[in-house]
Design a protein around this ligand. Structure first.
Ligand code: NAD
Length: 483
């Protein structure tokens, strides 16, 4: 179903994110027939280009980052025809009069995507209002990071609130746009099977892992000021935690869902220092030229920023009291893998012989690669060997269950952009959620700073520092293998 006609202005339209994600995402939706042909996409950035030059840049970006999109030259040209460019300065006067003129009273959805440094969010919002573009139907989309701590997030919220209503602000967390994340809600709230077991009585613990194989890449300067806690935990991992742990919302609508998520964040216990393992990747012996250590990559020989963190937390409410939630994320790990796993408790009593084997039910929700949901179920090993128990997966992997291949998948960004046009904020973070998340992470980070905590080195290609494995071992548990 096509969305309503819209004008989308991408501030930072020449940047990395626009070229890698936003424009290919829009193109994919265009090819799927969801973008009406009278929509307009305006790239707006500091780069000195005209519309033809920008269209050429978009063509190249699509060739590089949209290779999987099957479409003919005519369709591509149709997409490029709806694109134009304006050189604009978020902090100056250049381009604003032209943009205002372009956007004059068309009576259609107007969305402004702030794909620029967060330092410019306030300038953009202010100028949009000054030039009459912040009317009540317009929307702004803001990228991460949303603040650096609670104080800066509050300030940013207050700045945006001067010009836009909360209903107009779409704070992106692209993890929420992933197909499996929404499927998690369908599985939890669309089946009778899981919800009665979804509590401390039946769940032993929950693990959330987001493992990356990449290092800090070209983002060293930003990353070294942020670290894994700010870059990944405060937003993505906490959002996943909320969706796994929240109470059923009364309706699948933006505020009902976000109210429940907020309650989870506010029920999180503070994290004790010995429930945290911090790490920093070390150079790989013999391979230093190709894989620099974290400190080399950020060019800061004494950096105390973590590229890995594992922690244990509890949610103090009736549903989850006593159930640990383990969160783990890191760079340069053994594999690229994002997974939420719910490990159920042992059956209260085994009726089978001791050597029959005993398994726990494990529900694993995989975000990447191979998005899908698997439930491990114990059955009898087939054959004449007597009663021996084995664990088999009930597989809800999309590719197999639904016969879709990767190219049919809607990427997180394209889903979220269409949600912006449709005016659906369910998968976007509300200002109070972001602030509550910072209120939880700030004391942890302040604790490290006060103690001059130095993260433990870990090998590139490993599962993180031994502290992380130890933390689990002390609890008589182990991490799922990162594969
Ligand atoms: P980038 O540095 O590649 O691009 C920045 C863009 O901003 C360019 O188009 C540049 O022309 C424009 N710009 C800079 N100063 C400007 C000014 N004064 N006025 C107007 N335009 C100006 O950055 P990026 O990687 O595309 O990131 C953009 C935003 O998205 C940032 O907030 C970043 O944190 C966030 N983000 C990026 C990624 C990613 O994968 N690149 C992922 C998550 C979040």
């Amino acid at each position: 179903i096509p969305v309503d006609p819209f004008d989308l202005v991408i501030f930072g339209g020449t940047g990395d994110l626009a070229r890698r994600k936003i424009l290919p995402g829009l193109f994919r939706r265009f090819c799927a027939g969801q973008v009406p042909s009278d929509a307009r996409i305006v790239g707006a950035a500091r780069t000195d280009l005209d519309s033809d030059g920008y269209r050429q840049m978009v063509r190249e970006a699509l060739a590089e980052f949209g290779r999987d999109i099957a479409c003919d030259e005519g369709t591509l040209n149709g997409f490029l025809d709806m694109i134009q460019y304006l050189a604009i300065d978020a902090r100056g006067e250049t381009g604003w009069a032209e943009l205002a003129e372009l956007m004059v009273g068309k009576g259609r959805v107007e969305a402004f995507y702030f794909s620029v440094s967060p330092a410019l969010f306030g300038d953009l919002a202010e100028r949009l209002q000054h030039w009459g573009m912040a009317d009540e139907d317009s929307r702004i989309v803001v990228e991460k990071p949303f603040g650096h701590d609670l104080a800066s997030a509050k300030e940013l919220n207050a700045t945006l609130a001067r010009y836009f209503d909360e209903k107009q602000i779409y704070r992106i967390d692209h993890y929420l746009g992933k197909e499996t994340v929404q499927n998690l809600m369908a599985v939890r709230f669309g089946n009778m099977l899981f919800e009665p077991l979804w509590n401390a009585q039946y769940v032993d613990h929950v693990q959330i892992t987001v493992a990356e194989t990449v290092g800090v890449g070209g983002r060293g300067e930003y990353y070294d000021k942020a670290g894994a806690m700010r870059d990944m935990v405060q937003n993505h991992l906490m959002q996943l935690l909320c969706l796994i742990a929240m109470e059923p919302p009364a309706r699948f609508d933006p505020d009902a869902v976000r109210d429940e998520k907020l309650k989870v964040i506010r029920s999180l216990d503070p994290v004790l220092p010995h429930h945290i393992a911090r790490g920093q990747y070390d150079a790989m012996p013999g391979n230093e030229a190709e894989m620099p250590s974290y400190r080399e990559a950020v060019d800061h020989p004494r950096s105390r920023t973590e590229s890995f963190i594992a922690l244990k937390t509890h949610i103090s409410n009736w549903r989850w009291a006593g159930t640990p939630f383990y969160l783990r994320t890191g760079k340069r790990m053994a594999a690229r893998s994002s997974e939420i796993t719910v490990i159920f408790k042992d059956t209260p009593h085994s009726i089978f012989a001791e050597d029959a084997g005993r398994h726990r039910n494990v529900l694993s929700i995989r975000l990447q690669p191979n998005e899908g949901i698997t439930l491990g179920v114990t059955i009898k090993e087939p054959g004449p060997g007597g009663m021996r128990l084995i664990d088999v997966p009930l597989d809800m992997t999309f590719a197999e269950a639904l016969g879709v291949d990767g190219s049919d998948h809607v990427d997180a960004y394209e889903r979220l952009i269409t949600d912006v046009i449709r005016g659906n904020q369910t998968l976007f973070m509300r200002g109070d959620e972001v602030e509550a998340a910072w209120a939880w992470t700030d004391p942890i980070i302040e604790g490290w700073e006060a103690r001059h905590d130095v993260p433990k080195p870990y090998d590139i290609g490993s599962d993180g520092p031994t502290d992380s494995t130890e933390m689990m071992r002390r609890d008589g548990r182990e991490w799922r293998k990162v594969t």
